[in-house]
Design a protein around this ligand. Structure first.
Ligand code: ASN
Length: 357
């Protein structure tokens, strides 16, 4: 399904400023309408034809297109592995990577890739669009062109300006594992409420160097690609049926639960709920508390309604997004059979995904 299909190289400029690999997975950016008026994925060759200005960049571009292009609602950890493998296999050959991806699950994929590619020294810029590239008012052209420019940007030492996994969308560059899709209609589809923008594109692209990670140039890229999907996400709501929650928490092979709580990490103190959480923890499951709020953070113990969670051993996800929490937990559970070691890694920041203060 995710075998890379074709490599299309643009005519090589004589002395290119940078050489980039575009990984095309699908999404609205490259879709066309079928006879029923439904959007379906489309071939990249025609996309290149639709952006003639691409050839005005002094860049060597290579396109790796997946055999089966997907709407990102069909993304799975195999999709993340395929993107990761394409980057790892070509890491030394390119200065940067642009991943064309559907917007619906882009924040999950960008989060996953940020955890898979540790000590990254090159840009991995996810982008996509709300309207297909063929639409008259499309946002695809600007998004793709700016993503390419950012992926090729270097400082005076020749190092990448943004050596991170990011999402570029609607004139803004966000850290991938801090981003959330917040809009399905407007072009301004992504937010990063708990972390500043990494760059803003206007007449010029303004990079916020103080917000961008600095890698350890002495260390090589470290790549992990296994995910354990025996995890679940439970969003709390008033009126939850105890049986459903108990059933989920008692599932014997469930290893981890992301609990989407209210406000600063609060949950009901009903005895049935406390018993269900206690039982799951006693059975060796890991429970990670993240907030339903778009901004702010979990502060277990601030209210009585989160004190119990803290006392029972529920982990605080601080200001993690649910998307990043899921991807991080799935990757760590696959790597760590030891529950205490897994817990320790889950609450330790590793690539700018959470702030403990
Ligand atoms: N359904 C599309 C996708 O995620 C939405 C988009 O790309 N704008 O693939």
């Amino acid at each position: 399904m995710f075998k890379p299909k074709v490599s299309i190289k643009t005519a090589a400029p004589r002395d290119p400023e940078a050489s980039l690999l575009i990984i095309y997975t699908g999404g609205t950016l490259g879709m066309v309408y079928d006879k029923e008026g439904t959007l379906i994925p489309f071939d990249f060759e025609q996309i290149l034809d639709r952006i003639p200005s691409l050839s005005r960049f002094n860049l060597q571009l290579t396109v790796l297109s997946f055999e089966e292009l997907i709407d990102s609602s069909n993304a799975t950890p195999e999709t993340w592995q395929a993107i990761g493998a394409a980057i790892r296999d070509n890491y030394e050959l390119y200065d940067g990577f642009v991943v064309i991806h559907g917007t619906d699950t882009m924040a999950y994929s960008a989060s996953a890739l940020s955890f898979m590619l540790q000590n990254l020294q090159k840009p991995v810029i996810f982008t996509g669009a709300q309207l297909p590239i063929g639409a008259v008012r499309t946002d695809a052209r600007e998004n793709l062109l700016a993503a390419l420019e950012i992926a090729s940007a270097k400082n005076h030492r020749g190092d990448a300006l943004v050596p991170e996994v990011c999402i570029y969308f609607n004139y803004r560059l966000l850290r991938g594992n801090r981003a959330k899709k917040v809009q399905s209609i407007l072009f301004d589809a992504f937010e990063s409420n708990n972390y500043p923008l990494l760059a803003e594109a206007g007449v010029e692209i303004q990079y916020k160097q103080e917000a961008i990670l600095t890698p350890d140039y002495a260390k090589p890229l470290s790549y992990s690609c296994c995910f354990d999907n025996r995890v679940a996400l439970l969003k709390l709501f008033p009126g939850m049926e105890p049986r459903y929650v108990e059933h989920l928490l008692e599932l014997p092979d469930l290893r981890g639960l992301i609990l989407e709580t209210y406000g600063s990490g609060n949950a009901p103190t009903f005895p049935w709920f406390i018993r269900a959480v206690e039982g799951a923890l006693a059975a060796g499951k890991i429970i990670l508390n993240v907030s339903q709020c778009l901004g702010g953070k979990v502060m277990q113990g601030r209210y009585g309604t989160s004190r119990l969670l803290e006392d029972m051993g529920v982990l605080s996800g601080y200001d993690l997004t649910s998307e990043a929490a899921l991807a991080k937990m799935m990757l760590i559970l696959a790597a760590e059979p030891q529950i205490e070691a897994a817990k320790k890694r889950i609450i330790s920041p590793c690539c700018g995904e959470m702030s403990l203060q």
